[in-house]
Design a binder for this molecule. Structure first.
Ligand SMILES: *[C@@H]1O[C@H](CO)[C@@H](O)[C@H](O)[C@H]1NC(C)=O
Ligand SMILES: *[C@@H]1O[C@H](CO)[C@@H](O)[C@H](O)[C@H]1NC(C)=O
Length: 520
């Protein structure tokens, strides 16, 4: 079955012409199976865009997901698991801060990831789907467990993973793609690159910690695999290592350059849609502001009205004391008397607001989607990161001079207003840096969607494209870290040192007895 069939072509010349063009475009429509391991909207947005890109290209996608479109799309099939997966949308502050704190983040996510595997692999719908269809490729999110790789192993098809944020530090060992923590900052780090001894130490610590915690919590993944796919399947890490390619929702213009393998492909900004004109009321509110506008949101995962009172108070009092108008995404109407300069809505067309030229500043929790929207539009960011990768996302923007970071623990009305005023006062400088970052971010040989199409078809065409993988995957840890060689050198040097020591000792002894004899 070809997407660009030649049946309709009648004229000889057209046929010749199309044959010249065909090899560039010719592609086999693939049958793709996908799975959503975490019911969090921001994660789904990334995976969904990847899948829709492939559908638009003409491939056939079947996805096991709790997020339903509510309408039918040609060549796109949903296997509904919304009745079995708890949703992570708009959670209370308390839960998020407890479960997703840096120390607890991985065990929490790993638990939810394995929960999904356990649920999905036990569903009849899952088995019916994989039995009734012949799939060519499996796509899932690279998150916090290897349990879903058993799907590709079972079907003997290649697997592509997609990250919702920049690279998950804890997977470097699995893919034998270790990065040097002396300068490549980890997933949770609060700096773009460590700049002193303390930060290097913390970065190294988090690099080790992430790996050890991941290996510890994910030991259960193999049990899940053997429970559903038979007692003889390999361990989860071995199955995971077989991954063909990883799409990373990052970009080196933002994340800083680092060495990466060819099967790690940046698609940062994939979710960005072309901006639309603003709704009339919002446009009017912005246009009529005497001093410019600030857009403020803490995203969709945490419910702002469940934030500690001192934080809500700091915002209400702080924002009422500035001369800018503010658009604030807030879920309930319990804020009491609001100042005239603040407009509150449960939802705003964020992309379109950030892209509107009269918006001066974005106050954000640092979620990847919003940060990329701000970078794309060249808007400076005042970040108040809460959890997960958010500190790191804000730190990157700060690194490029396009933002500032505040700590929510110590946030007061004064620190907030001071930071806003500083950024407004120096707005020309921040704006210039943000625009430069934006230009570099957008200057690419292929759009993220083109990367997705190209590399997905590459993997299918080359039967898993296993030639892209690092040769290091065949080494054990002793060999990889050259411990065997270091040990041998250490042994050889100690032996030589010992030999020299004994030799000199015996020579000096002989010489001294000789000279004693002479004197006598
Ligand atoms: C995509 O959908 C169209 C219309 O339903 C159908 O004719 C075509 O065969 C589908 N393609 C694949 C690859 O299944
Ligand atoms: C690795 O993936 C290929 C398909 O790309 C499959 O044929 C092979 O059996 C897989 N190996 C393991 C260990 O799962």
């Amino acid at each position: 079955m070809s997407l660009f069939g030649t049946r309709a072509v009648s004229s000889m010349w057209l046929l010749v012409l199309s044959l010249l063009v065909l090899p560039l475009q010719y592609t086999q429509a693939a049958q793709i199976l996908a799975l959503v391991p975490l019911a969090a909207k921001s994660h789904w947005n990334v995976l969904d865009t990847v899948l829709q890109t492939l559908v638009a290209r003409g491939h056939n996608v079947t996805v096991i997901t709790p997020f339903l479109k509510g309408r039918s799309i040609a060549n796109y099939t949903e296997v509904d698991i919304s009745h079995t997966l708890p949703s992570g949308i708009a959670m209370p502050w308390e839960n998020i801060m407890g479960e997703c704190s840096v120390a607890n983040n991985l065990p929490y996510l790993n638990g939810r990831h394995r929960f999904t595997c356990d649920i999905v692999f036990g569903l009849d719908e899952f088995w019916n789907t994989i039995r009734s269809h012949k799939f060519d490729l499996f796509i899932t999110e690279l998150l916090a467990s290897s349990c879903d790789s058993y799907v590709s192993h079972h079907l003997q098809i290649p697997q592509i993973l997609v990250t919702a944020s920049h690279m998950n530090t804890w997977y470097h060992d699995t893919f034998a793609s270790h990065t040097n923590p002396a300068y490549v900052s980890t997933f949770h780090s609060g700096f773009a690159t460590p700049s002193n001894f303390v930060q290097r130490f913390m970065n190294f610590y988090d690099y080790l910690y992430s790996h050890l915690v991941y290996k510890w919590v994910d030991r259960e993944a193999t049990k899940i695999g053997r429970k559903y796919f038979g007692p003889d399947v390999p361990d989860a890490d071995t199955v995971m290592k077989n991954t063909s390619l990883v799409f990373i929702n990052g970009h080196f213009t933002v994340d800083l350059p680092k060495p990466v393998l060819p099967n790690f492909v940046d698609i940062g900004g994939i979710h960005l849609v072309p901006p639309k004109p603003l709704p009339q009321d919002i446009k009017q509110f912005i246009d009529e502001s005497p001093n410019g506008v600030i857009y403020f949101t803490f995203g969709s995962t945490v419910k702002m009205d469940t934030a500690p009172l001192h934080i809500q108070k700091a915002f209400v009092e702080g924002l009422s004391g500035i001369s800018h108008r503010v658009l604030w995404k807030y879920e309930s109407a319990t804020l009491g008397q609001l100042p005239d300069n603040v407009m509150i809505r449960k939802w705003f067309p964020q992309r379109d607001i950030l892209n509107y030229s009269k918006v001066d500043l974005f106050i954000s929790h640092g979620g990847m989607a919003g940060v990329y929207e701000a970078i794309d539009s060249g808007i400076p960011v005042l970040g108040i990161p809460l959890f997960f990768d958010q500190k790191h996302n804000i730190a990157n923007v700060v690194h490029w001079g396009a933002g500032k970071m505040l700590d929510y623990n110590t946030l007061t009305n004064e620190t907030l207003v001071e930071a806003i005023n500083e950024m407004i006062y120096n707005r020309a400088k921040y704006r210039k840096n943000a625009m430069e970052l934006s230009k570099r971010f957008k200057d690419r040989p292929r759009t993220p969607k083109q990367e997705i199409v190209y590399w997905t078809e590459y993997v299918i065409k080359h039967k898993g494209a296993h030639h892209l993988k690092s040769a290091a995957l065949k080494l054990n840890r002793f060999q990889y870290f050259l411990l065997d060689i270091i040990f041998l050198l250490f042994f050889a040097l100690t032996t030589i040192a010992l030999f020299v020591y004994i030799a000199t000792k015996s020579i000096t002894h002989k010489l001294s007895t000789l000279s004693k004899h002479k004197r006598e």
